[in-house]
Design a protein around this ligand. Structure first.
Ligand code: GDP
Length: 454
């Protein structure tokens, strides 16, 4: 295959002027090509992981003074010979050096081609290669951490173990097919059932983790809801520490929704302030109420806010009853603490999912932020150290799940050949995630999204 014989070159740092620019070469001739244009030492005689000072020259013309780093394959990112030339960060110098390298036998790299080679040469599996893209695109501590963990192979290792176990069963069932006439059973059905159930547990947890994983990547939808005048807009402002939402003392004036982004512990929360939750007779407000309920059902966290100085116990219970539905993750916040006596404050329960604040006086806002983080992230992360954030992985996991469910339901009444087919499908989809099974289309699709030089 020609990818093995060609040496590729690209700028690895962002284009534009900078203190330095790094030009990367990878391929069998990376060192000899660099050596042709480098005046200093003979690069072909130097050991791996060394740095050399010298000049880049085009014939008699000096182009730049540079530092050259050598990585002799397979001890490099792509497992090929890799040379990194650190030159002065001028577009003119960078372009001239790249042109010179191309003249001497390298070719311009395509988007993602360095990482594609790392994958093809077995340095990274597919989900790790994708993690490189995620890592570069990460915009918060949380998304960086998830990408880093995927890069280290946490995700693929777990799937690989499952895949190997399933492969064993698949081969036993294949064996049964060879002895079809004799009606023998090599693959113990009880053991197979147990294995499939074990695998399904892991797969289902991974599928479920996508919701949180994706939320962390995109921002966690958080709704602030409560009766009119509870202080929702004021709380939104206090959390954001700015005067964004319109605050008014006429009940029910925040009719529409306002969305802002708040960062807590490196995670982005998309805060949505909604109209009151009380059933309204006024039709305009009713639209607001319906929209509120819809937003609540789509959000990852509901902050229910009430005016602790005004609300009656009956009203509070009525609201809580209405909102405590399965699937709704709720934090109960008592507001207007500044209007309460110490005794009144003491009577309000304070738990992991309940807190008392004053939005107007900005009291206990930091405590509320920590509880928001706990309710939306920490509580849900417990016991789950791997998060799926990639839609391609999610789809492959769902297809694996479907195939495994078919294996389970078919185990009682279908013949070994159908069973073998479903197991093969499950293996196929699991393999798509790690890249044990790939097609050119799939690779093109993944790596074309990378930028050049990656
Ligand atoms: P919303 O209808 O739920 O959005 O409520 P607003 O944020 O518009 O607040 C309604 C009224 O309550 C305004 O006059 C606010 O100044 C007042 N308010 C909000 N939070 C507090 C608080 O913590 N303490 C006091 N004393 N008043 C507050």
């Amino acid at each position: 295959m020609n990818y093995i014989t060609e040496t590729i070159v690209a700028l690895a740092t962002p284009p534009g002027s900078g203190a330095i620019g790094i030009i990367r070469l990878s391929g069998p001739n990376a060192i000899t090509i660099a050596n042709k244009v480098f005046k200093g030492k003979d690069l072909t005689q130097q050991s791996s992981h060394t740095i050399h000072f010298g000049n880049i020259v085009d014939g008699d013309m000096l182009l730049d003074e540079v530092l050259v780093s050598l990585f002799v394959g397979p001890k490099s990112y792509t497992r090929e010979n890799v040379v990194e030339i650190s030159c002065h960060g001028s577009n003119y110098i960078i372009e001239s050096i790249i042109k010179l390298l191309v003249k001497n036998g390298a070719r311009n790299a395509k988007p993602g081609e360095f990482t594609l080679r790392a994958f093809l040469n077995g340095q990274l599996d597919l989900s790790q290669a994708e993690a490189v893209a995620d890592l570069i695109a990460s915009n918060s501590k949380a998304s960086q951490q998830i990408a880093l963990q995927q890069l280290r192979g946490g995700f693929s290792n777990q799937l690989q173990v499952l895949r190997e176990q399933l492969v064993q069963f698949a081969s036993l069932i294949e064996l049964e097919l060879d002895f079809a006439e004799e009606d023998v059973e090599f693959a113990n059905r009880d053991q197979l059932k147990k294995l499939i159930n074990d695998i399904l547990k892991v797969i289902t947890a991974l599928i479920q983790s996508f919701e949180l994983g994706n939320a962390i990547k995109q921002g966690i939808n958080t709704v602030i809801a409560g009766r009119p005048n509870a202080g929702k807009s004021t709380l939104l402002n206090a959390l954001l520490n700015e005067e964004r939402a319109i605050v008014s003392h006429i009940p029910g004036t925040t009719r529409d929704t306002i969305e802002e982004v708040l960062n807590i512990n490196g995670i982005n929360f998309r805060l949505i302030d909604t109209a009151g939750i009380r059933e309204a007779t006024d039709t305009i407000e009713k639209i607001g109420v319906e929209r509120t309920m819809e937003k609540i059902s789509q959000s990852a966290l509901l902050i229910y806010l009430y005016d602790a100085a005004q609300i009656t116990l009956a009203e509070l219970n009525e609201d809580l009853e209405k909102l405590s539905k399965p699937g709704i993750n709720m934090l109960v916040v008592a507001n207007k603490a500044d209007l309460l006596s110490n005794d009144e404050k003491a009577a309000i329960p304070q738990t992991e999912s309940a807190v008392i604040v004053s939005a107007k006086e900005k009291q206990h806002i930091d405590e509320l932020k920590l509880k928001i983080y706990h309710a939306a992230v920490k509580k849900r992360l417990e016991g789950q150290d791997i998060l799926v954030t990639n839609v391609r992985h999610l789809e492959a996991l769902q297809k694996t799940e479907d195939a495994l469910v078919r294996v389970l339901s078919g185990m009682e009444d279908i013949t070994s050949d159908f069973l073998a087919m479903d197991i093969k499908q499950a293996l196929h989809y699991l393999g798509e995630i790690t890249g044990s099974v790939t097609t050119d289309d799939l690779l093109d699709n993944i790596f074309s999204k990378f930028c050049i030089g990656k």
